[in-house]
Design a protein around this ligand. Sequence first.
Ligand code: ATP
Length: 149
Amino acid sequence: MAEQTFIMIKPDGVQRGLVGEIISRFEKKGFYLKGLKLITVDRPFAERHYADLSAKPFFNGLVEYIISGPVVAMVWEGKGVVATGRKLIGATNPLASEPGTIRGDFAIDIGRNVIHGSDSVESATKEIALWFPEGPANWQSSLHSWIYE
Ligand SMILES: Nc1ncnc2c1ncn2[C@@H]1O[C@H](COP(=O)(O)OP(=O)(O)OP(=O)(O)O)[C@@H](O)[C@H]1O
């Protein structure tokens, strides 16, 4: 199966009306949308998603932020989508993110950085299973041969 990643537009991205812009960037790059839902998660769920960060001093604030409103959970597919998705997103600290990246263009504070993307193929598999227990959608783009040689 082609590589997939989990991308989440955080509550600030939803509140600020950045959903369309962000989806558009992934679509225009040539990645395929294989899962999409607007969902407000509870504390235990957010703690599971960020379990690897549970020892960090910012963990509680991070969980509060993620449960503060609806997020847009997505699965995107394509060659190299995990690493390239992270490049489209930009560095964790938005002030260090290059202009042209999502965080570089739309965010300032690390605790309000608009979007999450899986950091490895392994994390992507885990996160997709957590957020999409029903599994991603199964469809093939008819543009495939115009994007891949
Ligand atoms: N020093 C910090 N202060 C506040 N929040 C932080 C800090 N470091 C990280 N975070 C928050 O925790 C999230 C996860 O941190 P991580 O180090 O995994 O960065 P990331 O992989 O770039 O982000 P994400 O996992 O959301 O894509 C960050 O996106 C940010 O929202």
